[in-house]
Design a protein around this ligand. Structure first.
Ligand SMILES: *[C@@H]1O[C@H](CO)[C@@H](O)[C@H](O)[C@H]1NC(C)=O
Ligand SMILES: *[C@@H]1O[C@H](CO)[C@@H](O)[C@H](O)[C@H]1NC(C)=O
Ligand SMILES: *[C@@H]1O[C@H](CO)[C@@H](O)[C@H](O)[C@H]1NC(C)=O
Ligand SMILES: *[C@@H]1O[C@H](CO)[C@@H](O)[C@H](O)[C@H]1NC(C)=O
Ligand SMILES: *[C@@H]1O[C@H](CO)[C@@H](O)[C@H](O)[C@H]1NC(C)=O
Length: 345
């Protein structure tokens, strides 16, 4: 039953309140406005301090981007990954999972799998097994074999990605590119993904043929944040160490390749300091068969040695083609069975 005061206000017998109570309402409204204004001010202040203030161990050799996206309200997201969550990434094929599967190997918190190649049913089955699913797609490159590849325009497309035949950098500010990416994000929502892992957002750190800048990447991440958060999709930053300071407030996790190999794990530790996980991949020689030698695991995992700065990272040792094989820092080797009937990318 409605509170009697509420019903009086709504349809009370005396619809024209006297001057006194009108004034009272004005005061209440003004107070509410003040509370909201103070709240906004504090929120903005926190955002700005977080953005520019702290020393996160980065040096100043990178480009100096001029713009910073505003933090988006991510507290309403249904789920966010946590520091030290365990994960598997396999992009060569999706996991092979029958609808009634009772388990999946490895028994980790999160699977990072291909948005296009994985069926909605597989994602549903992973959910039934208590797993969260992050869907991978390329955000910053053209791949000739995707279902939406024909939608890219000639002007969107730049230089080849080194080492990936047929794959090309794309113009991150292009309206057409952003429209295509919106379609990919909506597909992720439709398939039930819990987050997205948009790859190749660091064109400015590579020969890209399009004069891409750090600001282009920052703006693109801001765009992705604006379209993912209303759909409850958590958003990751793939590599792109130079823009971590700028986009940290709008992303929820890092996916990093080879920070040990490149001696830059402390750059990505900024995520851990912000209470966000770093999903960290290394590609050791000899990966993919039986277990790696202890000194190899140690090289990529010892937080005192080469892997300095990677404390609390969620590290996996993988083969370059990201098949189902994975070794973790405790020396455990596990293999997820791949569904080889689905396309091989
Ligand atoms: C800063 O970091 C970059 C890459 O992470 C490295 O190449 C460079 O030598 C570093 N500069 C200084 C002054 O430490
Ligand atoms: C997002 O998740 C929240 C909390 O689970 C839910 O209330 C909301 O309806 C979801 N929004 C969308 C667009 O799915
Ligand atoms: C991190 O996760 C691993 C694997 O689940 C666990 O063994 C370890 O205790 C965790 N560490 C912390 C600091 O939570
Ligand atoms: C394997 O992939 C195909 C094509 O996407 C799908 O129809 C099939 O259900 C999948 N099977 C399993 C066991 O995952
Ligand atoms: C994302 O949304 C914020 C807040 O509404 C806005 O300031 C920003 O310009 C948007 N970013 C892009 C790239 O559209």
């Amino acid at each position: 039953m409605a509170d009697s005061q509420d019903s009086k206000l709504a349809v009370g017998p005396n619809p024209s309140p006297n001057r006194h109570s009108r004034k009272k309402w004005l005061i209440i409204l003004a107070a509410a406005f003040l509370v909201i204004a103070i709240g906004l001010g504090v929120g903005l202040g926190v955002g700005l301090t977080r953005n520019g203030g702290s020393d996160d161990g980065d040096n100043d050799s990178g480009p100096t981007p001029t713009s910073s996206p505003l933090p988006t309200p991510t507290s309403r997201l249904a789920w966010r990954p946590k520091v030290n969550d365990t994960w598997q990434i396999m992009l060569l094929h999706p996991p092979s999972l029958n609808a009634d599967a009772a388990s999946v190997t490895p028994d980790v918190d999160i699977f990072d799998i291909d948005l296009f190649d994985t069926t909605k049913e597989t994602i549903h089955t992973l959910h039934k097994l208590g797993k969260k699913v992050i869907c991978y797609f390329s955000g910053g490159s053209y791949e000739p074999y995707r279902p939406d590849s024909a939608e890219f325009e000639k002007n969107d497309i730049g230089a080849d990605l080194q080492g990936w035949p047929g794959e090309k950098w794309i113009k991150l500010g292009s309206e057409n590119v952003r429209r295509i990416m919106k379609g990919r994000v909506e597909l992720a929502h439709h398939k039930g993904c819990d987050g997205v892992d948009p790859d190749n957002v660091d064109g400015f750190q590579n020969e890209n043929g399009l004069s891409l800048t750090a600001d282009d990447s920052i703006s693109f991440m801001s765009y992705l944040s604006n379209i993912t958060s209303p759909l409850n999709l958590t958003l990751g930053l793939k590599n792109a160490g130079d823009i971590i300071k700028n986009v940290l407030p709008i992303v929820h996790f890092s996916v990093n390749e080879q920070c040990v190999e490149h001696s830059e794990c402390s750059t990505f530790a900024a995520f851990i300091q912000d209470d966000k996980p770093v999903f960290h991949i290394e590609y050791p020689d000899g990966a993919g068969k039986e277990g790696l030698r202890a000194n190899t695991v140690n090289k990529y995992c010892s937080r005192e040695g080469d892997a300095r700065g990677s404390d609390q990272f969620s590290t996996v040792l993988k083969t370059m083609d990201l098949n189902g094989w994975v070794e973790t820092c405790d020396g455990t080797v596990m293999t997820t069975t791949m569904n080889e009937t689905s396309p091989n990318h």
